[in-house]
Design a protein around this ligand. Structure first.
Ligand SMILES: [Zn+2]
Ligand SMILES: [Zn+2]
Length: 818
């Protein structure tokens, strides 16, 4: 372990923390101990030092820039009235590029003032040209409403900003179409409402000067691929009316934002990434919970038969939920609860972020108990906070925290957006939240009155967390994780082309606009009878519009219904339903346990009843994968790296029941569910058997070596692309009939692919290097959930060989060019 306190050699990291606002200076009790002192005391508690790294993120003075000369006195005055004295350099740079007609993305940290970067050119243009219009897109209605307030508060003559979304009353819609010059909406409304109604919007679209795409990093994967085509449809309609709007995008910091923005819009985009806003200083510690003494956890379950790790989203499952895996490390939840109790005991106002609602409640309850043991009554100063509270309850908690009645709060990321909590001294982050943007957003909650704050990332037992606490440069250095999407996905392209054809017949020029694969998709739509080719283009043949849901994926969702009451508990996406809702499955919903009586696939409905059995259920599947085509490959001697299309066939065939307390397998029960097919994109590598033998991997250990490498590689892919491990699946085999070699496959868990495997292929050396390091740096002996075990293994985490996985990856990395 290295501890790098107050390292001055490290270059200033490129991210930002919210700068404390002057309004918080007077509030709250006295400040607690200095972060460095506090941290010293926290880490001195146990036998081993759990801190792997301390980063001192210095306070940064902002770099202001003069108002651009093209911003009128009226506009400057409006911003000055709202407290903006001058733009920061990155705002001025991005704004001027956009004003000059370049498509631009500003990718800087939370609270760096990205909105000014698009408001300036957009509003300057609206003031200079009384006919011009602006379209603003946000991923959520709430964000659009926020922006509306901000723009309206400027009180600029003739701009008439308005939200246009599903909540907009019918009566107001026509007025907005005719009179608003700054329309705020979301991609769904653009897709379902504005583009199909383009005739009514022609006046607006004809004069469209800017399209603003806020928080554009949220458009990723299949959803992002859909949005990419909605934007192409928008550009097509604008072009028909003679408009060529400039696109201004705002994004969280990410790797390669210009490329991501280019894919999203289909246009060349310039990136502005140098953040010139001020921020408060933070002492940021990376914390790895200690290994437990051997044999202190439940036993490891018995192996199953198939080998495939399928991508499944697991709604409602608590985190820290590896109850079936051997516990090797102290859990992040317990560690966070202890830290929370300790900081509260020190009088430090602390917010702990926990991924699940149940986890937040566990952390709060444990911290309360520990505090009450020390000083009866002290536990009352800790509470849990989650989404779903009534507004008054939230306000009460916020008030109690601000006044110091409450010192500790354990929260889900419901607090990440939208709730205004100020004046915190410390933030504990229980488990990496998935992206650097979220991490900095959460850390940025700490710090008041320009004081130093403490942030602690507590690693969960997950390969990515393990990697990050041992590789601080991946957090504090330049970002590598990129927002990926794949507009060429035929499952996205064809329905989007159908929507476009309804809006106006498709022409050969449109095929260029919609990009790679468009011609094939049109041909298929013609063959299927959806389009008819005429001399003037391809026409939509049906009366009704195609039904296309931007967010729909993985088949129709399955409704979970409580049979005794008929109450709808929630839905599970079709892809996960066989895993989570098979008859006999124990299904968790908001901490309550249900057992599935019946899964009716035809009706898309599962009937459940409340029951709290003392076992959990674990579905097993048999997976087959065949290579359809190879898109690209690297021949690296004994190693081959490939990207291509594959067919994945899987069938959930049985499930195990395991005792919750011990992990003991009670029995395995057969299931009778149909097979399912997935045509998707995969990255795979092969190794020659000779190279494996030379590296010291015995033939009998090859399956375990490949399987362990596959698990860890899936766990580390979110380092390179904004996905989570449930978006991807994998399969490894000592001999695959299509590759005729030992092979590890990692595939997108969405029909047609979502860009994750492609990103993995493009960054293969860095990705597999990180995978190798995560395995090698885990302190366990034979493999654990922090390195090579997977909570979603369809094969019961067997066989697995941790040391041989490192050998396999070394062979790949030695041969693969960087
Ligand atoms: Zn391990
Ligand atoms: Zn597995």
């Amino acid at each position: 372990m290295t501890s790098n306190d107050f390292s001055s050699a490290r270059r200033t990291p490129r991210h930002d923390l919210e700068s404390p606002s002057a309004a918080t200076v007077s509030a709250g009790p006295d400040l607690g101990p200095a972060p460095a002192d506090l941290l010293r005391r926290l880490r001195a508690r146990g036998a081993a030092d759990p801190v792997t790294h301390v980063e001192r993120v210095p306070a940064r003075a902002g770099v202001p820039a003069p108002w651009p000369s093209w911003a009128s006195a009226e506009l400057r005055a409006a911003f000055t009235r709202r407290g903006v004295v001058a733009p920061w350099q990155h705002q001025a740079d991005a704004a001027t590029l956009a004003y000059e007609g370049q498509h631009v993305i500003v990718a800087t940290g939370t609270a760096s003032g990205k909105s000014l970067a698009y408001q300036l050119p957009a509003l300057a243009t609206l003031l200079a040209d009384p006919r011009a219009t602006v379209l603003y897109l946000a991923p959520t209605k709430a964000l659009a409403a926020d922006q509306l307030r901000a723009v309206a508060a400027l009180e600029l003559e003739g701009v008439r900003p308005a939200c246009y979304d599903g909540d907009t009353p019918r009566a107001e819609r026509e007025w907005i179409r005719r009179h608003s010059r700054f329309v705020l909406t979301n991609p769904d409304m653009l897709h379902h409402g504005i583009l199909p109604g383009h005739a009514q919007w022609s006046g607006f679209l004809r004069r469209l000067a800017y399209v603003v795409i806020d928080e554009c990093h949220t458009y990723r994967g299949v959803f992002g691929s859909h949005v990419a085509h909605v934007l192409r449809r928008l550009r097509r309609q604008c072009a028909r009316f003679g408009a060529t709007p400039v696109f201004v995008l705002a994004s969280a910091t990410s790797g390669d934002p210009a490329t991501a923005a280019g894919r999203l819009t289909g246009l060349p985009v310039t990136a502005v990434t140098e953040d010139a806003s001020p921020r408060g200083g933070v002492t940021f510690a990376l914390w790895e919970p200690p290994l437990l003494p051997p044999d202190s956890g439940p036993a490891f379950p018995v192996p199953g038969q198939s080998d495939g790790d399928l991508s499944r989203s697991v709604p409602g499952q608590p985190d820290g939920g590896h109850d079936d895996l051997r516990q090797v490390r102290r859990s992040a939840l317990r560690e966070t609860a202890d830290l929370l109790a300790d900081t509260v005991a020190e009088g430090v106002r602390t917010l702990a972020f926990v991924r699940s609602r149940k986890g937040a409640e566990v952390v709060a309850a444990n911290a309360r108990r520990a505090l009450d043991d020390a000083v009866p009554g002290l536990g009352d100063r800790v509470a849990a906070y989650r989404g779903g509270y009534l507004r008054e309850e939230r306000r009460e908690l916020e008030r109690a925290l601000l006044h110091g009645d409450l010192l500790g709060l354990a929260s889900t990321n419901a607090l990440e957006l939208g709730v205004d909590l100020v004046g915190l001294d410390a933030v504990l982050i229980c488990g990496y939240p998935g992206t650097r943007a979220s991490l900095w957003q959460q850390a940025g909650r700490a710090g008041r009155s320009g004081q130093e704050a403490l942030a602690v990332l507590v690693a969960r037992d997950d390969p990515l967390d393990t990697y990050l606490v041992h590789h601080p440069e991946a957090i504090f250095g330049a970002p590598v994780e990129a927002t990926v999407l794949d507009p060429a996905n035929p499952y996205v392209l064809a329905p989007q082309l159908a929507c476009a054809a309804v809006e106006a017949p498709l022409t050969p020029a449109d095929l260029v606009l919609f990009g790679e694969g468009a011609k094939e998709a049109v041909d298929e739509l013609v063959a299927a009878g959806a389009l008819r080719q005429r001399p003037t283009g391809w026409y939509w043949r049906h009366r009704e519009r195609p039904e296309v849901d931007l967010r729909g994926e993985g088949g129709a969702p399955v409704a979970v219904v409580e049979s005794s009451t008929g109450r709808l508990l929630g839905t599970v996406d079709g892809g996960s339903s066989h895993f989570l809702l098979h008859p006999g499955a124990v299904y968790l919903h908001q901490g309550v346990s249900y057992v599935v009586d019946d899964l009716d696939l035809a009706d898309g409905c599962a009937l459940v009843r409340t029951e709290e059995p003392d076992w959990s259920t674990h579905a097993r599947d048999v997976t087959d994968l065949s290579v359809v085509s190879v898109r690209s490959y690297v021949d690296a001697g004994p190693v081959g790296m490939f990207l291509g299309e594959v067919d994945v066939t899987s069938q959930v065939v049985s499930y195990q029941r395991r005792r919750i307390a011990t992990g003991e397998v009670i029995d395995t029960r057969p299931l009778d569910l149909p097979t399912r097919e997935l045509r998707t994109v995969a990255v795979w590598f092969t190794l020659s058997p000779q190279s494996l033998a030379l590296a010291g991997v015995q033939p009998a250990d090859v399956p375990g070596a490949l399987h362990a490498a596959e698990h860890a590689a899936i766990g580390l892919l979110p380092l390179m692309a904004t996905c989570d491990r449930w978006d991807i699946g994998g399969l490894s085999t000592a001999l695959h009939p299509d590759t005729e070699a030992p092979t590890v496959f990692v595939y997108d868990g969405h029909p047609g692919g979502a860009g994750f495997a492609e990103r993995a292929y493009g960054t293969a050396a860095a990705w597999l290097r990180a995978t190798r390091d995560a395995i090698a740096e885990c302190g366990c002996e034979t493999g654990c959930p922090s390195c090579v075990q997977s909570p979603k293994c369809g094969n019961g985490n067997n066989p697995l060989s941790k040391p041989d996985a490192i050998r396999v990856l070394d062979v790949v990395l030695t041969n693969l060019p960087d």
